[in-house]
Design a protein around this ligand. Sequence first.
Ligand code: CAA
Length: 259
Amino acid sequence: PAVYETLLTRTEGPVGIITLNRPKQLNALNDRLMDELGAALKAFDADDAIGCIVLTGSEKAFAAGADIAAMAQYTFSDVYRSEYITRNWEALRQVRKPVIAAVAGFALGGGCEVAMMCDIVIAAENAKFGQPEVKIGVIPGAGGTQRLPRAIGKAKAMDMALTGRMVDAAEAERAGLVSRVVPLDKLMDEALATALTIAAMPRLAVLAAKEAVNRAFEGPLADGLMFERRLFHAMFATQDQKEGMAAFLDKRTPNFQHR
Ligand code: CAA
């Protein structure tokens, strides 16, 4: 298994777990970390034994944003030419297996944006979300101004992006930013149980469902509905559809091959 400087990775059965690991910097996201995160996600995505991925941080911070120390001296020319800071973030979008963010503590700036790029966000009661970039003279740079309004609507997105204030886990759940809130000591159990549930599902149906839900955010309704319908039809070409429906009718547990 690969060894990373800024991450820890492990597996638990069919679940790949990635832990952001720059504790002294509250998991601030520098280029190294984002490179490694992209590589770790890609490796799990390519591994047939893995059915779902969990991404987490520490109890104090999921991630406190892009690394301010690394970017403080950059000029416009630096960032525009080299895509420093933002260059690797698209890797998260390219992962086809579901990614669950297990968020405790701060998820700020790029940390909030990374959480929003995940498919399910499970938050500990101490989680705090925010887009504080405005306070340091920039704006969200990895999808915050686009994904936040789609997730929680313009009213709250503007509130967060213009004031930089943090919202706690309860407010984030009410607003629709997170899927579930659990006590801190239950966070990893809940994320893992959810990941195991997903990993046990027919793999092709899982990939198709993720792809189809993502379409809802990226195009007009008519295109999304057509895309969904075609993927729905395509599921009838899979072994697991035959098995899943036969098992239901036979009143037995399905034996999925994930094919
Ligand atoms: N980048 C670099 N270092 C960071 C950091 C960041 N985003 N966030 C925290 N750290 C470092 C601190 O500098 C500090 O280091 P030292 O011990 O060497 O001084 C260490 O982590 C601990 O942080 P604090 O002492 O500040 O801890 P705290 O508990 O008092 O406060 C906090 C926690 C509210 C999260 C505060 O650290 C903070 O406001 N961090 C910055 C949040 C932020 O502005 N994020 C947005 C970044 S811009 C961005 O993300 C752009 C984008 O969209 C891509």
